[in-house]
Every structure is written in C-alpha cells, then in structure tokens.
Design a protein around this ligand. Structure first.
Ligand SMILES: [Zn+2]
Length: 54
C-alpha cells in the first residue's frame, strides 16, 4: 500500500492511496477522507504494519 497524497482539509485529512486489487492484482487508487484524526502514541515508522502488505 502506498500513500499518494495526504492533504489537510480543516479537521479532516484527504487521503489518496494505491492498493493492489485483491482479485486481479491491478493497482486500485482509493480516495478517501479521514473523519477522525488524532495523534497516536505509536512510533513511526510502523515496520510491523508495512510487513502486512508485502
Ligand atoms: Zn481487480
């Protein structure tokens, strides 16, 4: 999964990401908006999370 674009719009974040299609493996671009954005205590980078998508 790759984040193409992240932009702040007021209290929310507009997010464009690319993920492989689960059925045919073509790239799918997803545009979404996070409605709840909070800072987290997790440390970046999230190595464990990246491994899930490899
Ligand atoms: Zn597909």
């Amino acid at each position: 999964m790759s984040v193409l674009e992240l932009s702040e719009e007021g209290d929310s974040l507009a997010i464009d990401i690319v993920v492989p299609c689960p059925t045919c493996s073509r790239a799918l671009r997803i545009s979404t908006r996070a409605q709840a954005v909070v800072e987290t205590a997790l440390e970046l980078p999230l190595d464990d999370v990246d491994e899930l998508y490899d």
